[in-house]
Design a protein around this ligand. Sequence first.
Ligand code: IVH
Length: 707
Amino acid sequence: MSDHLTTNATAPVADPAHAHPFTDRGDYRSAIEQTRQAAASYYTGSNLTMDDATYDALIARITATEAAQPRWTAVDSPTQVVAGIGGDVEHRAPMLSLENCFDDDSLRTWATRLTKLLGRPVATYTVEPKLDGLAVCATYRAGRLVQLATRGDGRAGENVTGQARLLAGLPAQLPEQVDLEVRGEVYMTDADYAAGNELRLAHQEQVFANPRSGAAGSLRAQRPYDVPLTFCAYSAHLLSGPQLDSHSAAVTYLGGLGIATTATTTAGLVVCGSIDDVMAAVARLGAQRGQLGFAIDGVVIKADLLADQDQAGQSSRAPRWGTAYKFPPDTRMTKLLDIAVQVGRTGVITPVAVLEPVHVGGVIVKSATLHNFADLELRDVRVGDTVFVRRAGEVIPEITGALLEARPADAVAFTPPTVCPRCGGDIDRSQKRWRCARGRACGQRELLLYFTARDCMDIEGLGAKILDMLVERRLITDAADLYTLDAATLAALDRLGDISAANLVAAIATSKTRPLSRVFTALGIEMTGRSLSRRIARHFGTMDAILAATIEDWLRVDGIGDGRAASIVAEIAEIKPLIERLADRGVNMTEPGSPALSPSAQTGALPLRRPDGSPMTVVVTGSVPGLSRNESNEAVETLGGKSSGSVSRKTDLVVVGDGAGSKADKAIELGVTVMAADRFTDLLTAHNSGDRATVDAILDQAFAPAG
Ligand code: IVH
C-alpha cells in the first residue's frame, strides 16, 4: 500500500475531476482492497491504517478510473456500495452515504444538477455540521428507546443497544409515546476525547488517533471503564405522531423531545433560500471549525422539503438531495524525522516531533508535540515511523500514534534525556511532565527576556545583551531585581552611556504602571498565554484575588479546565515571593476596567458594551496604526469588547486596517458594522482620556443605521 500513501506537503487530490485514473487494472483492484481495509479500521475504531486525505484520494482515483474504463467497474467498488462491516440488525431502509464536494464550484455543480432533476429551483436548503463520528440508528417504540444499531454496511449493522446509556443526547425515554426512528452520529466532544485518552493511558492502552476512532472504538468495545460519548440526530423517520414536511421541521421536533440534533449543537442548522446563502453559511461554519467543542469534517447541505427529497431520490450509495462539503482533514500521516527535546521557560522538558512537512487542516505542519515522555513510550512512537499528526482548531499539532505495520526495520526507539538538556542539571521525574530540578532558575534568561518583551512589560532598550551582562555581574537574578537598578549601576556597564542608562531607568519605571494583564503575562506561567492572561486579569481584577484563588475559583475563568487550573495554582504558589517583591517595588497589580473591581461603574462606562452590559464581539483585521496584533486585541478588551478571530453574523464590529483581507469582505457581505483602524485608535484615545463626547460621536457614527 505504501506507494499510494502521500506523505509529502502537497495535499492529496480528493476531487475525482482532478484525480489520475489507474492505467493498470490490477492497481485499480488493489486500491479497492486498500480502501476496504482502511474502512474496516475506520468503522471499528481499531488502529487507523490510512488517513482521511489518503482515503479520499484513493476513492477519487477509483472514481476517475471507472469514468475512463466503465467496464472495469467492480460490483464491490466503494463507489457502488456503502463501506463498512455488516451486522445482525437489518435496517428498515438502507443507511446511505453522501457524495462529497470539495470546493464552491463542485457545490454549485451539485445544486445545478439537483435543480435540473427537479425541473424547478430547490425550495430551500439546510446547512448543518458534518459530525466526524459514526452513524447509528436509534429506534423508539411508544417513546422508549428499544434499539441502537451501527450503520454497518448500510443494509444491516451491529446491535449496540447496551452502550446507549453512554450517549449524551439520546434519552432512554421520550416525553411523548411516539414510534420513531432517529438516525444520527455518535461522536466524542474535544473534552471527552482528551479525558478518554487520559483513561486509556492510565489503563496502558494506545490512545485514539482522533475523536472519530475514539467514538467508534468506545461504542463497540466492552471495557472495564466507560468513556462518555455524545449523540446528535441528523434525520428522523416518524412512524407515528405528526406529519412533518421538511428536514428542518423534523429536526426541530426531535429537539422538542429532548434529543440532541445538529440544530442544537454550537454549529446549528441554517435554512437557506439560495445557493449563495448556502455558500456563505458553509464559509461561516468553516471559520468556526476548531471552536465548536467537537470535530467536524465538513458541512452537510440538503434540500429541506421532503417533497424535493422524494422527487430527487437516491442511488444505491447516496441520496441525490444532499451532499457533503468536505473540509481539509485534521489528521494526516507523515514521517517522523527526529525527536527533539525542548526545555520551556519554566524548566518543563518535552519531547517534540520533527516531521516531514505535511498539510493538516489547511496549514503545513513541520513539528508537533509528543506531550510527555510517559506518553511517548506508551504511544510507542519511533524515529523513522509513519505517524498520525492531528491539528484541531487552534491547538498545537499533536502526534497521536504510529502506523505500526509501516514501521521500518531500522526505526529507532527514543532514549529520553538523563539530564536537563539546557543546564545539565538533574531532572525531576515525579510528575508526568518532567521538569529541570532547578525549575524556573534553569530558564532564568528566557524568563527575563520574556518579562521585558513588548507584549509583556515592554521595557524598551533592555535587550538580551544588557540582560546577560546584568546576570553575569550578579546585579539581577530575577525580574523583581530590575526595579532596584539605578542609572549609575547601568552606566557602568559596557557600551551603555549616561543617557542610555537614564533612559533605561525611566523605561523600567514606566513599566511599573502596566496593567495586571501585562504583569501576569510577563510572569510566564505555564499554560497561560497573552489572551488567557488578559481574561484572567479581567476576571480577578487584582493580584491579591489571583493569589487567594482556589482551584474552584480558577475553574470559573472561561477556558480553564481541571489540568490547567491545578498547574496554574501550583506555579503561582511557587512564584508568590517573586510577585510580592514586584508589588513591594511598586509594580501595579490591578486591571483597570475589570468588572471585578467595581461591577456597575465599570461596565456602564465601557464603549464596546451592549445595553445589557455584555461585551460586543469585535474582530480586528489588517494593521492598526501604532498597535501590534496583541495590543489591538488588548484595546478591544480595554474598551469593553471581546476580541475574536473570525467574522460571523454574530460579530458586532470589524475594525479594518491596512492589509485587511477576506474578513473585511465578509463583514461587508454579512452587513456587520465596519470601523476604519484610525477611527478605532481615535476611540481608544478618547476613552483613555475620559473624553466621553468624542467616544459617543465615534460610536454614533459607526453604529448609525445605514442610509
Ligand atoms: S445526512 C442518506 N447529515 O456522514 C445519508 N450525515 O459521509 C444521510 N454525517 O453516513 C446522511 N453528519 O454518518 C447527514 N449532518 C449530517 C451528518 C451526516 C455526519 C455522516 C453520516 C453519513 C456520512 C456520509
